[in-house]
Design a protein around this ligand. Sequence first.
Ligand code: CTP
Length: 436
Amino acid sequence: MKPAISRPDLLRRLPRKRLSLLRELGTLADERGVSLYLVGGVVRDLLVKRKNFDLDVTVEGDGVAFARLVADRYGAGLAIFERFATGRLVLANGIKLDIASTRRESYSKPAALPDVEKALLKEDLYRRDFTINAMAIQLNAAHFGHLHDPYEGQCDLKAKTIRVLHEGSFVDDPTRIFRAIRFAQRFGFHLESETARLLEVAAATDLIAQLSGPRLCNEILLLFSEPQPQRSLEQLAKLNLLRFLHPDLRYAGTSKQIVRSLPKALAWWTRCCGQHFLDRPLLHLMALLDGVEQPVVEAVVARLTLSHEQAMRVRAGGKRLKVVVRGLRGARRLRPSKVCRLLNGLPEEALVLCLARAGGQAATVARVKQRIFDYATTFRTISTALRGDDLLRLGIEPGPPVGRMLALLLEAKLDGVVKGKAGERAFVRARLAGAS
Ligand code: CTP
């Protein structure tokens, strides 16, 4: 193996607590007589000076035994994944640490999870996705900070190149197709020509169809978490990969327009209304699904095995927002209760989509913005002073009439027709008198 080079500056780029933890782990590894390395994305990110809070270490030896030792020493929570000979620890100070054993992987069939066998560091690095992710920094005291880079990862980092380590890489693990797009977009790198060819060949096969829902979902949402998801979407469309979500899915027309309007809409939302949680990756998925019929939305929800919560958000988007946006764009005065009728029940993502859909004349966009702003910051926080029990005491029949009266009361309050608790009571009495 090419000799490691001493790069003490790299680990010093880590926050102090993490650096001292790694030093201590190196000493512990010395006591155990095993070699210990920091590996994967964090090494790449140290080299390009990018923040990364993942600590992935690997032991040339028994990683699980070492993970148990570390967990004991630090009183840390530990989860062991026997199949992959790895352990995940959460230390008392909140630092998360993944400990693996250096290993070689073989795939019983393409896209399956790998079978693993212990191996030396060089082989462990060789099984990885790209050269830029196949470097390690040693942590044992005598070699602390030594960079192992047997496959020229540093060189590729400098040349802004994504390169696979062997030609079976995308076939073994088709999630790497998405990873290549993700890293290329994130770092502004290009795919080395043979890597690009292998990726295109793999993308043209049905390998991705064999990925489980959660694995495919993870890759799609990770792509959409990057700063410019529209670029990744263009790549997905160019490689015809959207077919793996649904054969009818296209990135064109309105969905493209909406995705392109999202950065501006999101920036405004965050500045003016963004006090609630918004799932940005899911928002991009919703934008992609904007023009499709409900059965396609359902098929994508099922393919990606979205959680109940995610599925609810995604279902709130789609074609139905067309009607909502038409209502919001209208020039006529719109009573607050009407705005609420249009927007009630929509998750935050759908509100941002409405804004991204509003496109057109500046005056129209401003009107939609104002209505969404009023709704998000004021209207939806308003509630009636009277509760169900109060209505029963005023003589409303139990059951659905209570809900109906509360809704009427709220609308009247939103529109300024009633004010204060006494006003609400008078409103209810008047409705009751009118009904009898
Ligand atoms: N890896 C791989 N093949 C995959 C996934 C991961 O070879 N399909 C290896 C790479 O060496 C990668 C490391 O496992 O660097 C850690 O994976 P992960 O945490 O998913 O990726 P990162 O490279 O850390 O990327 P990110 O910065 O997006 O977290």
